[in-house]
Design a protein around this ligand. Sequence first.
Ligand SMILES: Cc1ncc(COP(=O)(O)O)c(C=O)c1O
Length: 386
Amino acid sequence: MKGDPKNLGFSTRAIHAGQQPDPATGALNVPIYATSTYVQDALGEHKGFEYARVHNPTRTALEVNVANLEGGLSGHAFASGMAAISTLMTVLSAGDHVVASHTVYGGTYRLLTQVLDRYGIASSWVDSSDLANVEDALTERTRMVYVETPTNPMMEITDLAGAAAIAHRHGAILAVDNTFASPALQRPIEHGADVVVHSATKFLNGHSDALGGILVANRQQDSEWFAFVQKSAGAVLGPFDAFLTLRGIKTLVVRMEKHETSGRIVAEHLASHPKVGRVFYPGLPDHPGRAIHERQASGFGALISFDLGGFAAAKTFLDRVRVMSLAESLGGVETLISHPASMTHASVPAAERQRIGIVDGLVRVSVGLENVEDLLADLDAALAPL
Ligand SMILES: Cc1ncc(COP(=O)(O)O)c(C=O)c1O
């Protein structure tokens, strides 16, 4: 399209924001700018592009697109979700403190407790679905409240507006990992968040064929700092992966609608299955965070965790699924199923895993876009021997 799609609908912006026809050729899609540098017309005269670590037009298109969808000031694309989260944490200095949701992605826990602790950054891990726990954990050194909602893998829900108010009252920022919901279902900046984080590897890309991470800043100082750290630390997203992610985002809305429909069906099926223990999905009527989630998001998503009672049962089941793929990751068109305790959350110490509910019988499924009847039959067949 021609012009700025700022005030148009979400799907229109998902397809067009950040992307203009190529001025040289009219090519509809933003090309993969496979270049490490840019030739200058004369000394000091360039077109805004000097070196690819700092700027790449394919990456810029993705950054503008995701910032637009999240309603933020600027987007910054990185080589992975963890590279984005690492860059986010550089807003902190030695002596600073983070209050974080206790069931976040295991890699985020590992980064804070085994890497950043060496640089004098302390963290406290709380059940942020009860905001009193966040309030209690704040110290005069707290500079960031970091939440996932829903959390990985326990699907706990945090009241974003409440968390933002607490953080801001204490001079801290609220950073939200929005990977599970995607901006199609939830836009944390609208609820007061200062920074949104994505593993673009998941629903944004949606096809399990590229790694990527995005930070969306909503404050000028964070925007400038993230651009500075992209240039200084250099963990930027390559143009091919930026292209794949941009292409994935064009179908984000229709994919999320189908993920959501099938996610609900699978969650209800599991909840009524005699071989399955507790089922964790914010769309189930007994989920304690359901009302808050409905207030701040327009859908429940496609991530479901459920307890099969022990490691042996989980292994028997996981070894038998055929349509679902036993694999780490989530958010792709394929249904991926995993064992958090030994896979995504293996870096969380066993005692801490038990405390927060990541028990050995827990299984997590990311419901994909296959025929839902095939998924239900696959589940039933794999549950039968238990
Ligand atoms: C919620 C969440 N945040 C962040 C990450 C890290 O992203 P990446 O694997 O792209 O580094 C993951 C990865 O599984 C995740 O699930």
